[in-house]
Design a protein around this ligand. Structure first.
Ligand code: UD1
Ligand code: MG
Length: 462
């Protein structure tokens, strides 16, 4: 056992029956991440790297998620086949705990943040064990904290075992503890399920510990960090609380959010000063938005970089793309993965880019699909241009040099390359490379047949 470090035990075996879901409760999302992400992230930010996770329903799914989301943490997963209570869950986890002390918390505590855990650790001082409490607006369902005449912990009483007087107490057990591994090992053996729910209650160990004068302190926290959700209606309230917390933080850091109630931003998104976010915007994942950016109504951005002074006009969908400084995108544009829009480029309405580099100051302003393309700088792409990048089996590249002018309604049948400053006549289907400075035309010459309409009308009359 190591003296100084603290590990964690995270309980997440419950199904969350009232979610009426085939997925475990802890995998339901708040904004852009599953519930269980948040307590794990809070532990990580406090420097806790070893986490024993107790799983039950949907164990494989939760394990897969945690491993993929937190590759840098050291998880040990243990299976609790039957949910016999929090005491039973801790008993199963204990043999895997290697540190001298551990934080005990739940996977369905999504509002917790690192400040709570760090303060809990700080508050422990000399105490061997710390139990966290908060004053609940509505304490029903929680264990009540019973204090003695000196305000010290006497015991925790579960709602179903509580007397009418005890039920009136509003200070409740949050389900967040700092424990001495040795003491928990000693007292957990004494737990019985002789109570109203026939469950092994973890907090019962405090009764045994107090009898032997173990020092136990109560860490008083706040409801806003410790609420859980038993159904999807309650979950939506937690989402609102998280949304307000994240948006408020961003606003205090210098971001303008015109209507914070309608804007959802994930907790790992970074946004620079003087950026303005319009209503109904959703920004998720590891997106990074620069300074002085404008993100207008209804824009959805995930895992993308939008650099300083870019403007994203209404209703764009941007996924794993980069938009450089001073570029203008939208309205109604779609940037798909591996797209890079260089400085001062313009991407207009109903334009889709996939795996495409759009050069400096180049423009594709209307109704265009560019896929697997490399567009040089100062290129003008006319309305209705399409790269035919896929032959049903493979994808091919379209490469346009600097200064190329593409007339409207052009198709590039890839693989194809157009040299610098070349000119493509409108309505062309380009199947072969075009040398630089050349004009390429592929449409059939127009012929006008004079008086044709008049002769046709005469025939119909007869
Ligand atoms: C528990 C506390 C209660 C406290 C409340 C705070 C006990 C006996 N009671 O209530 O005092 O006010 O938390 O939310 O500890 N879990 C398992 N295995 C089990 C049982 C539970 O992994 O056998 C997990 C659940 O998935 C959940 C967490 O532990 O994440 C808490 O379980 P839950 O049933 O919500 O808590 P209670 O026991 O009702
Ligand atoms: Mg319960």
């Amino acid at each position: 056992m190591r003296e100084n470090d603290i590990s964690a035990v995270l309980l997440a075996a419950g199904k969350g029956v009232r979610f009426k879901s085939e997925f475990p409760k802890v995998l339901h999302n708040l904004i852009d991440k599953p519930m269980i992400y948040y307590p794990v992230m809070a532990l990580k930010k406090c420097g806790i790297k070893e986490i024993v996770v107790v799983l039950g329903f949907g164990a494989d799914k939760v394990e897969a998620y945690l491993k993929s989301a937190f590759g840098d943490l050291n998880f040990t997963f243990v299976l609790q086949k039957e949910q016999l209570g929090t005491g039973d869950a801790v008993r199963i986890a204990l043999p895997k705990v290697r540190s001298k002390r551990f934080i005990l918390l739940y996977g369905d505590m999504p509002l917790i943040d690192e400040s709570v855990i760090c303060e809990l650790i700080k508050s422990s001082k000399r105490a061997d064990m710390v139990i966290t409490s908060f004053v609940a607006d509505n304490p029903s369902g929680y264990g009540r904290i019973i204090r003695d005449a000196n305000d010290n912990l006497l015991k925790n009483v579960e709602e179903k075992d509580a007397s009418e007087t005890e039920k009136k107490i509003k200070e409740v057990n949050a389900g967040l503890y700092l424990c001495s591994t040795g003491l928990v090992k000693k007292y957990i053996r004494m737990l019985t399920n002789n109570n109203a729910q026939k469950e092994y209650y973890f907090p019962d160990i405090f009764r045994f510990a107090l009898r032997e004068n173990v020092e136990i302190s109560i860490f008083e926290s706040k409801q806003e960090f410790l609420l859980g959700a038993n159904n999807r209606a309650e979950l939506s309230l937690l989402v609102k609380m998280l949304q307000r917390r994240i948006n408020r933080h961003l606003m205090l850091e210098g971001v303008t959010i015109i209507d914070p109630d309608s804007v959802f931003i994930g907790d790992s998104v970074e946004i620079g000063r003087d950026t303005v976010i319009f209503p109904n915007v959703f920004i998720s994942g590891n997106s990074c938005i620069g300074k002085n950016v404008r993100i207008e109504n209804g824009v959805i951005i995930s895992d993308s970089d939008i650099k300083d002074f870019a403007v994203i006009k209404p209703y764009c969908h941007i996924d794993r793309a980069v938009v450089s400084g001073d570029a203008i995108v939208g309205p109604f544009a779609r940037l798909r993965p591996d797209t890079f829009v260089d400085r001062e480029a313009h991407i207009g309405n109903f334009v889709e880019l996939k795996k495409t580099y759009m050069g400096k100051k180049s423009k594709a302003n209307h109704l265009t699909y560019l896929g697997d393309a490399e567009i040089g700088s100062g290129v003008n792409i006319g309305a209705g241009t399409i790269t035919c990048n896929y032959d049903g089996e493979n994808k091919y590249k379209t490469i346009l040099g600097d200064g190329v002018f593409v007339g409207s309604d052009t198709q590039f049948v890839a693989p194809v390359k157009v040299g610098r400053n070349a000119y493509i006549g409108a309505g062309s289907t380009i199947t072969e490379d075009v040398p630089e400075n050349a004009l390429a035309l592929s449409r059939t010459p127009q012929k006008n047949i004079s008086g044709w309409v008049l002769r046709k009308k005469k025939k119909i009359k007869k």
